[in-house]
Ligand binder design. Sequence first.
Ligand code: BLA
Length: 317
Amino acid sequence: FFLTTTIKPHPLLSTTKIKRFSCSMKEASAYSYQKFVQFALDQTKLSTSHLIPSYLQDDFSTLKAMDGKTDLKMCSYQAPKIRLLRNLSIEQSDGMQVMDFAVFPEAEFDLPIFCANFFTSANTNIVVLDLNPLHDVINETHYKQKYYKSLIPLGLKYAELLPWGGKLTSESLQFFSPIVIWSKFSSSHEKHDILFSAFKDYYKAWLNLMNQATEETDVSQISLNREAQHRYLTWRAQKDPGYNILKRLIGETLAKDVVKKFLFNGVNELGNKTFLDYFPEYECGDGSINEKRSIVGKSFENRPWDARGVFVDDIFS
Ligand code: BLA
């Protein structure tokens, strides 16, 4: 049987209110991350006079998705201390906006990897903003002190404004720093303004670290940096949550190309180890890689770093 009801508009919800509501929704969905990328490029140019387009620019610039309503825009640069600065923006006419911005240092520097991954759909925003540590910051205090000690107050400020997003792939935590911003929220101008200001502050902090960084000359230390970056790239090229969306938009072959040659460029060049060499717990009985994102499972309902930047969960220690 069918139940039919007539929905009467609530007397308090006048048409002008409805109009205003739909207008603000439109504004929120029309939100673009272009100004974030522009800010980062302008600031980088102020820090280094040698920012030049990467060789990847020829093969990866714009793509139209198969749905006919989504544009993918890519840009990539390099500079003396920067192996690759790259961005992928995805803009869909009916709301989805994605920014995947990262900066990878040359192996001569143990600088963190700058990482800003923002996913916006009609209902929600999923954001990760961090200076991803190249080396262990959970068990090794030296690296943590070197890069994050002075940044803890910055992290605390934004951890409050952009609260922890809840449980996530446990394995991801080893790639995050004590100042990571991991958050989920519904769209509003206020939140997006906060996100823009967090992005600006985090990027300026990263540029400061880059300006001060001195080149490593010890070959064994350079190899350690290179392998750590390769492990990071290998993780992300295999397990990045954005891959399924890319596959749906541009098909499997192109999506694999964008992931391995553009987004996580270096995964085929910086080392020979395989995903299973680095993450053997993902091996299935037949030798293939487990498709699951997490073996340990999702965890960390709350922020696992305390106010002093100490890791407060014993999962990795
Ligand atoms: C979800 N993205 C997530 C989550 C994380 C990240 C932690 C929560 C789900 C989970 O626990 O895995 C991001 N994870 C990261 C990052 C690192 C990591 C940055 O390990 C770095 C080390 N996200 C993107 C892009 C798209 C995207 C480019 O960066 C889309 C093209 C989408 N991310 C996306 C979606 C979800 C998500 C749709 C929610 C759905 C899901 O969990 O699969």
